[in-house]
Write a protein that binds this ligand. Structure first.
Ligand code: ZN
Length: 330
């Protein structure tokens, strides 16, 4: 067991103790939880699933935890004791010689690639400098920047840097735009009509409903503390002008396509074959259980697993076809 696992185990042990103390004082605690130690410590278990989003809402088990562990559909993860994930040393490296920028100086640094490499240390110690002033510009410009020499496997064709605050600026962006799928959907609609792709964007002023400006909702300011958000009664939540909504592809208007989940869009895209890159991006999200996300969901509205979900979206949005170095600030 590594240090992080030991800390995590202790945190959950303390949390369970606090929950027990609350119960001893006459309280009832209902926990929405994915962590195994909390699930196993519960007196009563309600499992929902297996599918999420529009396909979710089913209660697949309710009862004692001990009985659930004997059920056929109980996931092996819950039945078996947890094992530490085996860590492998990286086989190849980014090798940097005589790096120097601000206070950061080092004769030789080897950064393993092909997995996750954590860069840690106190604030102001040079982590961001190493990434933003040395590694990323060197790889993207193809030459040594702020170091005497840098070598990396030439299979890596680019480097990207993500910051949570960048994602926050996309809070009101729809999943379909964030994943850069809207332009492909618009192209398909344009190819089946006499209109241009931009005419099918809910962001285009001439195409959007003038009452809600393409948002499908209207916010009413009642007083200083309470606002109400209601479906637009002009477009009925469809975002577009009627002359855009009359165009259909495979019996669906642009508003009906935007109301799809990622999994449904994949099936719709399959018919058009020319969008292999989009399919890859959607499949990557389906593989980690996010196929139920609605295209017209805002990035801000993503579920309680927001941080994980947003990270998955971030990576999928940039889903590189070729090996790429992804560096993320957490
Ligand atoms: Zn409207």
């Amino acid at each position: 067991m590594n240090l992080q696992q030991a800390c995590r185990k202790r945190i959950f042990r303390d949390l369970i103790r606090i929950l027990r103390e609350l119960i001893a004082k006459g309280n009832t605690v209902i926990v929405i939880e994915h962590d195994k130690s909390i699930i196993l410590a519960a007196d009563y278990l309600v499992q929902m699933g297996p599918k999420a989003g529009a396909l979710g809402g089913y209660i697949s088990y309710q009862g004692r935890v001990e009985a659930f562990l004997k059920e056929d559909d109980c996931h092996p993860f819950l039945k078996a004791s947890s094992q530490a994930a085996p860590l492998k040393a990286g086989k190849t490296h980014i090798t940097i010689r005589q790096l120097a920028k601000h206070t950061l100086e080092k004769e030789l640094l080897a950064v393993p690639i092909g997995g996750i490499t954590a860069l840690t240390g106190k604030s102001g110690i040079g982590k961001t400098t190493l990434v933003k002033d040395i590694i990323i510009p060197s790889i993207n410009l193809g030459q040594s920047v702020n170091c005497a020499a840098i070598d990396w496997p030439k299979s890596i064709v680019g480097a990207h840097y993500f910051e949570p605050k960048k994602l926050r600026t996309h809070a009101n962006t729809l999943v379909v735009s964030y994943l850069d799928l809207l332009k492909h959907i618009c192209k398909i609609f344009a190819s089946e009509s006499h209109l241009k792709p931009k005419d099918f964007s809910y962001k285009t002023k001439e195409s959007q409903c003038p009452n809600c400006n393409g948002t499908g909702v209207v916010e009413t300011h009642l007083d200083l503390t309470a606002n109400t958000i209601e479906t637009c009664d002009v477009c009925h939540g469809q975002r577009y002008q009627p002359d855009i909504l009359v165009h259909e592809v495979q019996s669906k208007s642009i508003a009906e396509v935007l109301a799809m989940t990622l999994a449904e869009l994949k099936v719709w895209f399959t018919i058009f074959k020319a969008f292999a890159g989009c399919l890859e991006r959607i499949e990557a999200l389906e593989d980690i259980g996010l196929g139920h996300l609605s295209l017209e969901q805002t990035v801000q509205s993503l579920s309680s697993r927001r941080k994980t979900t947003r990270l998955a979206l971030e990576l999928a949005a940039r889903c590189p076809k070729k090996p790429t170095l992804s560096i993320r600030r957490t």
